[in-house]
Ligand binder design. Sequence first.
Ligand SMILES: Nc1nc2c(c(=O)[nH]1)N[C@H]1C(S)=C(S)[C@@H](COP(=O)(O)O)O[C@H]1N2
Ligand SMILES: [Mo]
Length: 407
Amino acid sequence: MRKSTTTTRRSFLGQAGAGGLALVSGSAWADTTVELPLPGGPRERALTTAFPQKATMILQRTRPPLLETPFEVFDRGVFTPNDQFYVRWHWAVIPTEIDVASFRLSVSGHVDKPLSLTLNDIVDGLPRVELAAVNQCSGNSRGFSQPSVAGAQWANGAMGNARWMGVRLKDVLDRAGVKPGALQARFAGLDQPVVDGAPKFMKSLALDHARDGEVMIAYAMNGEQLPLLNGFPLRLVVPGWYSTYWVKMLDRIEVLATPDENFWTKNAYLIPDTPGADMTPGQAGVKMVPINRMVPRSFVTNLKDGATIKAGAATALRGIAFGGAAGVKSVDISLDNGVNWRPTMLGSDEGKYSFRQWQTDITPPAGAVTVMVRCTNSDGLAQPKTMNWNPTGFMHNAIESLHLTAA
Ligand SMILES: Nc1nc2c(c(=O)[nH]1)N[C@H]1C(S)=C(S)[C@@H](COP(=O)(O)O)O[C@H]1N2
Ligand SMILES: [Mo]
């Protein structure tokens, strides 16, 4: 889907900043609710349509905006629509409009030639790349932690899949000329802390990773400009890695010759260095490391937990899966608590970092039936049967179970 340069600029950046956007328009939320039963939490959540460029979302927090994708959206297709793509910010000072003419992306630090790039330099001046990839918050599904942990009580909707379009981070770094001895690239956006002295949100990647040719600076998702709340006009896309690294409203890249000591890289987003980032509540002396590659997950999307289906007749089951840092090798289901598994049929392959649909059917006799669904990725990593635990509720990916009644 290559477009001419003029069309590209118009469609991805043209309407940018026009008029400005109130981050919350009026008080139009909380008039409807959705059932989102979490252990120890409220059964219901407010739905909101009050945020710019967003349709119905589950309201987790208003300032900063934390909006969850209603789960039924994932049944509609393998790409998550921009207007229902989840939203997460750390600080509430977020620009409500961006002047595309004066916007600059700076590249500084341990480079031969510091850069100050306009959006046109990026859109027209560098090779365009496109990649489908899942953006998932480290804390997706945190609300299911037991014992419960602090932080946004996400159910399973702090994730989404899009076709990202932009330029390779490597091409931008090459243009600046990274000097020998550089270790990391650090990324920051236009959002600011709400209190003086609080640490600005920044994340760093090892330079080899930053230059792997896959990490992107995206200016479009699903064929449109990025919604403001998803990082307009530019965001980092780090395929296969948790979204904490996918810095939004990206306007600053610094190449560092010494390890990044900033709070968000050094002290936040750490996981236990154990299989599945699993530990025991209260366990002492656990080595912590920065969160990194995603792990496989799979979900049923066409039936809800507790649904009744017809006994003795074929019932279609379908859902989505993703492999994390590798492609989906198989999605299997079990009707006997994980003793026997059988493969499902996989839908079209949109690339190894994308959601992939799966489908099958089941014909259970009358009675209760529990369907377990398990993804194995092409590295051979499969979802575990029991949920991991850590104090920040990161990296949940246990096998999901759906309880049905056949009658
Ligand atoms: N500039 C900026 N980028 C950011 C963040 C932020 O607070 N500020 N949060 C990160 C985290 S933790 C997540 S989960 C994703 C969420 O991306 P989304 O809002 O587009 O879904 O943005 C990431 N990028
Ligand atoms: Mo996140």
